[in-house]
Design a protein around this ligand. Structure first.
Ligand SMILES: [Zn+2]
Length: 100
């Protein structure tokens, strides 16, 4: 259940904040932090009052949290993989190739 939630959280956040997510995606900057960059679609919408600043803050917070959990789970998955390989290598040492 938790594994499913991890990758789905980001999609859920984007769905709940569809208007903001759309704006963020429509921003002309590919890797925009949507702070005070001139020309940023989100900053413009915030200044114009099109999107609520509080909603924007929660959107960012939730998205950051979702990405953090994703990162943590991918990190532990990588650690698990490493541990597995270590065990395999260790096992292989017990069965060395026949020496001539
Ligand atoms: Zn932006």
């Amino acid at each position: 259940m938790r594994e499913l939630a991890l990758w789905a959280v980001e999609a859920l956040v984007e769905e709940a904040f569809g208007d903001i997510a759309g704006l963020a995606r429509g921003c002309r900057f590919l890797d925009c932090a949507h702070g005070a960059e001139p020309g940023c679609a989100v900053a413009a919408a915030l200044a114009a009052g099109t999107i609520d600043a509080a909603r924007w803050t929660s959107y960012q917070k939730l998205l950051a949290e979702a990405r953090y959990h994703e990162w943590v789970s991918s990190k532990s998955a990588a650690a698990e993989e490493k541990r597995k390989w270590k065990a395999i290598h260790k096992e292989m040492r017990h069965h060395p190739k026949h020496r001539r």
